[in-house]
Write a protein that binds this ligand. Sequence first.
Ligand code: UDP
Ligand code: MG
Length: 302
Amino acid sequence: MLSVIIPSYNEQEILPQTAEVLSRLLTEEHIPYELIFVDDGSKDLTWDEIIRAHAKDENVHGVHFSRNFGKEAAIFAGLSQALGDCAAVMDCDLQHPPGTLVEMYRKWEEGYEVVEGVKRTRGKETGSHRAAAGIFYRIMSKAVRIDMTRASDFKLLDRRAVDSLLEMPERNAFFRAMSSWIGYRRAQVEFDVQERTAGESKWTTAQLVSYAVSNIVGYSTAPMQIVTGAGVAVFLLAVVLGIQTLVRYFTGHAVEGFTTVILLILLIGSIIMVSLGIIGYYIARIYEEVKGRPKYIISGKI
Ligand code: UDP
Ligand code: MG
């Protein structure tokens, strides 16, 4: 059986259509399925729509969060509820073409354990959004050492891959990076990002930036290495300047004026503060992980 996990946040307009399109397609293709809609604490009638969809098709299941925990949490909640031999994750807004889902399933039947949807084109995005996403993926690709510039959350995983993911205890999960980290036999399927036909994108550029920072800190220690690098660079500068200052002192032309002192204090002060900030990010992360709170709270199921 194929479990399709669909994180949904304020998707009342499109959810009935998504459920119907997927049910019809998977029935036509003779693929046994279950649809798991994860209502990520929506403020609209998404949950009612899930209940209605369940009444129409008993293969539709729903999980309700006690509040908005974010898409990552919704994905992991869906994976933990999935009973299928393989599980796919796709968006509720039909931006991930359902036809590709069938293609992924066929790949899985061929024996691939992780089938990734790769964006051929990115669809409509604003300029700032595109630029921010570009920088983010370049850094992330370095951090996880896998090309992620065209990656998406649209993936199909074998039961074994799902179980490996669920075994990972970290609270701050990042599905895209973790599903490449686990390895297994992989295949890729290209797809074109469709346009959203109803509702609107849930992300603002500011949210994307903070999501990016938190994931970079979560998956890479590169920022801390940059601090070390900056420290070494400043030290080399200090040696050169120190020698020059001493030479001048002994030859009777001591460096004069406060300007030099002020400039040095400003430079070093700001480097130290930025470095503390970076370390602070990691400490905050450690604190969050140590608290060991659950990723999400499920308040209802159908
Ligand atoms: N989503 C979610 N929780 C959130 C934000 C988004 O579950 O806090 C879901 C949303 O319902 C959709 C998917 O994540 O199914 C992708 O969201 P969206 O279409 O807004 O993102 P975009 O396609 O613009 O990247
Ligand atoms: Mg979308």
